[in-house]
Design a binder for this molecule. Structure first.
Ligand SMILES: C[S@@+](CC[C@H](N)C(=O)[O-])C[C@H]1O[C@@H](n2cnc3c(N)ncnc32)[C@H](O)[C@@H]1O
Length: 255
């Protein structure tokens, strides 16, 4: 048998770190395992874009974070500059490993699933590279895509459908090519990180006559969740926490 990719915390009460998916948005979407890991932890870590902010993942899980629990906000700045990003990931891994080596049972909270465009993946890669002996467990969560499809009662994929999940490209030419390929291959597209790009995505979809085929989802699971047909949404800048599902065709045989 080969070496496992990540070590499994054999006992839940030994020091180690669990990367735990929460939400998205709605705290009732946490898995039983996620709640168990938070309750058994001695220290709760979570990403923040600024140290004076609470962070969305911590907010979602707040019901299960008791007052006596130690907290560790970790800075994941929303910048593109490579050196700052790398340093932030290294700092986060160092602080988490330090806590584990000091006997803490750590959870690192992450919005949605821990493996899909997730801050927890930088922590995982940082720990693997720098502290391979540190026990790590991953607790999967509900992705924003699944939560959006469920909230809209919108089948994501069936039969031979393909699914392409990607960050919204930065230029319209790339999106045009993706849309043409998706039409050819009966591929549903999930565009993450839509935010400010909606100002040019909407006119492009309008030109291609695809607005009726697209569903917009913003802040799914939060009290101000918005799920509407793309055609009904103004072409103004949207929240970073928004995504678009585009289905250009349905299988021939459906109920
Ligand atoms: C860094 S990714 C995190 C994805 C997350 N790990 C998941 O499993 O869904 C951030 C992107 O996910 C999407 N997203 C995350 N939470 C969302 C929510 N509550 N509602 C709508 N989209 C969301 C947005 O497209 C956002 O730009």
């Amino acid at each position: 048998m080969g070496t496992p990719l990540v070590s499994n915390c054999s006992s839940d009460l030994t020091p180690g770190i669990a990367l735990v998916g929460v939400g998205p948005g709605d705290p009732s979407l946490l898995t039983l395992r996620a709640v168990q890991k938070i309750e058994q932890s001695t220290l709760v870590a979570y990403p923040v874009s600024r140290l004076d902010r609470e962070g969305m993942a911590a907010n979602i899980a707040s019901t299960w974070i008791s007052n006596e629990k130690k907290r560790l906000p970790l800075l994941f700045p929303m910048v593109k500059e490579v050196e700052s990003l790398k340093q932030a990931w290294i700092d986060a891994s160092d602080q988490l490993a330090d806590a584990v080596f000091n006997g803490e049972r750590v959870v690192f909270l992450c919005q949605g699933d821990v493996s899909l465009f997730a801050s927890s993946s930088y922590v995982l890669l940082g720990l693997k590279a720098r502290y391979p002996e540190c026990p790590v467990e991953l607790v999967p969560g509900v992705t924003a895509i699944s939560a959006a499809a469920a909230a809209a009662a919108w089948p994501l994929t069936i039969q031979q459908d393909q699914l392409l999940v990607l960050p919204t490209p930065d230029d319209s030419k790339t999106l045009e090519i993706l849309l043409a390929d998706a039409f050819r291959w009966k591929r549903v597209i999930a565009l993450m990180k839509l935010g400010h790009r909606w100002t040019w995505v909407k006119p492009l979809l309008a030109r291609k006559n695809l607005l009726d085929d697209a569903l917009f989802a913003q802040k799914v699971g939060w009290p101000d969740q918005k799920i509407i047909k793309a055609i009904d949404l103004d072409e103004t800048v949207q929240s970073y926490f928004s995504l678009l599902l585009i289905r250009q065709s349905w299988p021939e045989i459906i109920p």
